[in-house]
Design a protein around this ligand. Sequence first.
Ligand code: ADP
Ligand code: MG
Length: 223
Amino acid sequence: MTGIVDAAWADAWLRAAAAVISEHRKELNDLDRAIGDGDHGENLDRGFAAIVEKLDESPLFTPGAYFKLAAMTLMSKVGGAAGPLYGTAYLRAATTCGDAKEIDGAKLAEALAAARDGVVARGKAEVGDKTMIDAWTPAVDAAAEAAGNGTGAAEVLKAAAQAAQTGAESTDPLVARKGRASYLAERSAGHRDPGAVSSALLLQAAVDAIEQAGAGNGGTDKA
Ligand code: ADP
Ligand code: MG
């Protein structure tokens, strides 16, 4: 089991994220059309495509540098609520990772928590408000638990991605209290929150990237 993640993984994550967002662009737009303005998929697709363009320009050497690039690009290219929120998440993760070349399970759990805290600081949503926080907070809790058991980065990410998926599903019956969907009040119930869905997709892409990054992670057992 891969104990650490590195720059090759971060590069693979952002590329996998761009691919999965592009693949789910229509689904995310449709979810957002039901309770918002129908642009969530295209917003994120534009942002992650711009990230990949920048990745192709010059290599970076730490996960933190990749996260910073993602943050800056999302903040400048993505309008609406999600751009600044995801931008803040990546920026906080970048700060937590600093200049480290290798990130272990504990550090990764810390970075995920910092990312979530950034979204909360910016958007002021709580669990149950039917936002991406309903995916992020269970993910952060699952990551912390996995890391507390001494597991490596791969297992921490897997736990986070799985919890985010369950968290996204949990938004179905909720009435939105934050963001555009809150304008619909009770009528927002019965639909899944698009930002919670995209959050789960992004975390699953982080898991998939571990395999894609392959040798870059060395397959080490270092926890
Ligand atoms: P907009 O609502 O401006 O069109 P998007 O469609 O790109 O932006 O993103 C909508 C998503 O953003 C929602 O599904 C929700 O998950 C998330 N969101 C909106 N407001 C908040 C907030 N205050 N806190 C956390 N997430 C939020
Ligand atoms: Mg929208």
